[in-house]
Design a protein around this ligand. Structure first.
Ligand SMILES: [Ca+2]
Length: 446
């Protein structure tokens, strides 16, 4: 599980930043495709009842783990791109919850992932319009040599890199990214549209049996698989079709994030070398995120699944492989099917003054996690005066949660359970994880 460690590294963080940029394209697409809805509408009683049932089940199962077992403790130098927030107490920290707009919506948009990622650095530099061909070829020679040195079959390396061309457009996309910040509600309403919810429900019904099988094997509720799928690629509708070796080689050759993309290039070669997928299928976003779940190659190696047992891990075209890969990613990041994600809450007046003493300790490798408060039993939150979003009492179950305020102290508040951190491991951004969670609830709600 090499990528497990890697995912928490600064490389992993960069991957998320890369994905973040793609996200904005989903936002733009979402705006085009559907009208805005008010997601703040109250949840149905049935949904609330289900949540409490899940919470109760979790309690029966022994409560929540206090920390995600898979969280690497490595650097979160990570989202260095974003503003430092150390001065602020955890839950009040402003995560620069920006979604980034790509000025040129890509046909191959990697939509969702990272929609809400913290802002990546905006480079003023223009991408070069021409490459030094000789230098690029020399770079490729070095990659070939190193790949073979890593044990990848020479024939695989030759095939994969034979027709690789640098793509100026890839660098232009990488560098020309407008940055804007939107609050959580705006972001959520752009993603959780009526059309996206209805489509999710239709697909839930259409794939009910398959989703049920995946849910059983991996222990992840179908609604969360659907929500991630929906946000990443609008349920597979958005195709990313840039030849993967072109985009990865271009970005690995470029100086800006060469180490990260060189690593991903080797991971892509290993995908071929191990026979997980054929060369012709290896297409992705301009930034190398692949298939319906938008996995980077290193994540693919670690988490992609062959659900139908045909020998391929086809996250581009095989629905079972797609669902299983998303579910496996969550499962490998400590998901518990006995729980849901959390709930919206109301804080008592003056609560913000308590936040500094509730700050989370340590570094998780995901900045959004570090910005949450530490976990407290729901009974303790209740004692502190926290109520359900509808004003009612918090459920009396043996469950722990952390406080999240995606827009800071003047915005909405949520108590999130351990599963929420698993979603943050898919994409370390509260806008993203909360929206996945709420889309899941909306899909389930009918
Ligand atoms: Ca398969």
């Amino acid at each position: 599980m090499m990528a497990v460690e890697r995912f928490g590294s600064s490389d992993g963080q960069r991957r998320r930043q890369v994905l973040a940029r793609s996200a904005s394209r989903l936002l733009l697409a979402g705006l085009v495709f559907s009208g805005l809805i008010a997601c703040a509408e109250s949840r149905s009683d049935r949904l609330a009842a289900r949540k409490e049932a899940e919470a109760a089940a979790a309690a029966a199962a022994g409560g929540t783990p206090a920390g995600a077992a898979t969280q690497p403790a490595s650097s979160s130098a990570a989202n260095a791109a974003t503003k430092p927030v150390q001065a602020a107490p955890a839950a009040t920290a402003q995560p620069a919850p920006a979604a980034q707009a790509a000025p040129t919506p890509a046909p191959n948009a990697t939509p969702g992932n990272a929609a809400a990622q913290p802002a990546a650095p905006v480079q003023e530099a223009r991408a070069p319009t021409s490459f030094d061909r000789a230098a690029f070829q020399k770079f490729l020679d070095g990659v070939r040599e190193e790949a073979v040195g890593k044990g990848i079959k020479s024939a695989v390396v030759q095939q994969a890199l034979a027709n690789v061309e640098p793509v100026a457009r890839v660098l232009e996309r990488d560098r020309n990214q407008a940055e804007f910040k939107i609050d959580f509600a705006t972001y959520r309403d752009r993603v959780i549209t009526t059309a996206n919810v209805e489509r999710g429900r239709r697909l839930r019904d259409q794939h009910r049996e398959l989703l049920g099988q995946v849910a059983q094997r991996y222990g992840v509720q179908p609604r969360f698989i659907l929500a991630i799928w929906g946000i990443e690629t609008r349920y597979g509708a958005v195709k990313a079709d840039v030849p993967l070796f072109n985009s990865l080689a271009t970005l690995a050759y470029d100086q800006r994030r060469s180490a990260f993309f060189r690593n991903e290039l080797f991971a892509a070669l290993q995908m071929l070398d191990r026979g997980y997928i054929d060369y012709g299928s290896m297409k992705g976003s301009w930034a190398g995120a692949m298939g319906q779940p938008q996995f980077m190659p290193s994540s693919y190696l670690a988490y992609a699944e062959d659900f139908d047992g045909d020998g391929k891990r086809d996250i581009w075209g095989n629905q079972g492989d797609v669902f299983a890969s998303i579910a496996n990613y969550l499962a490998k990041h400590s998901w518990s099917s006995a729980q849901t994600w959390g709930r919206d809450v109301k804080l008592p007046a003056g609560f913000q003054t308590k936040l500094p003493e509730l700050a989370r300790e340590g570094r998780s490798g995901c900045r959004a996690i570090d910005q949450m408060t530490r976990d407290l039993p729901l009974s303790e939150w209740a004692r502190l005066g926290v109520r359900r979003g509808d004003g009612g009492e918090l459920p009396r179950v043996n469950l722990s949660g952390a406080l999240v305020q995606p827009d800071g102290p003047n915005g909405p508040s949520f108590l999130v359970y351990a599963n929420y951190r698993s979603v943050l491991r898919y994409n370390c951004a509260h806008h993203y994880a909360l929206t996945v969670s709420m889309l899941a609830d909306r899909i389930e709600g009918s």
